[in-house]
Design a protein around this ligand. Sequence first.
Ligand SMILES: Nc1ncnc2c1ncn2[C@@H]1O[C@H](COP(=O)(O)OP(=O)(O)OP(=O)(O)O)[C@@H](O)[C@H]1O
Ligand SMILES: [Mg+2]
Length: 251
Amino acid sequence: MRPILEVKGVSKSFGGVRALDKVSLSIEKGSIVGLIGPNGSGKTTLFNVISGFYPPDEGEVYFEGMRIDGMNPNEIFRLGLVRSFQNPRLFQTMSVWENVLVVPKQRGESPLLAPFRSRWEAEEMKIGKRGKGLIGVFGLNGSERKRASDLSGGQMKLLESLRGMMEGGKLFLLDEPAAGVAPRLANEIFGFIKRLREERGLTFFIIEHRLEILMNYVDYVYVLHNGRLLAEGGPEEVVKERKVIDAYIGD
Ligand SMILES: Nc1ncnc2c1ncn2[C@@H]1O[C@H](COP(=O)(O)OP(=O)(O)OP(=O)(O)O)[C@@H](O)[C@H]1O
Ligand SMILES: [Mg+2]
């Protein structure tokens, strides 16, 4: 079967900085894959290129076999490739529940479909049920009526990912989902990710600095260093490689 994501020979420079240098990698559907590397190694830039925020200078990106480099972020998002940000983008003054519901395109609001009330009513019920289910999976039960701004940093990150799932996302690029979060919550976040993979067959590509946590959850790891792919493999083996240790120590 074809991988859900393929990156082929992608390069990206900013002025004189070669942030990505001919990076190639692939992600299997239903896997949890880590992306690690010292600060400034190009991880976030790679996510920005994959999700359409930056066009690559060279190379190609395929999602479910479809070429997506050159598409804009919205088009890519609609295909089911969802990217989270280092700082969650939520509607701060809305409740958790409203944040969950506001994302899917509400058909009832379209002037063309509004007259067909029964059709969109059924759809809204479906969206509501899905939202409830996901809130449970994410451990946000009981927080539905809280303002998004009153959540902890970790809960905000969960809520942001949950919004992506409501949109029917298939592949999730998570940029440090557990940054600044206590170890217990960090493990809970990764526990949810694992559960979503198992229950829904979703795929995750995750940047994480805290290797001791990440390594317990990923099937495979890519290591970037100075914009190049330095190593790849199973988590246990990769962290033992001399060149990977040197890259981290050298940093
Ligand atoms: N928009 C930009 N304009 C100019 N330079 C940029 C831009 N984005 C990234 N860079 C540069 O590209 C290189 C890679 O940065 P990137 O943010 O991708 O690294 P990273 O691996 O995500 O680092 P960190 O672990 O600190 O988040 C760095 O030298 C950075 O300064
Ligand atoms: Mg980064």
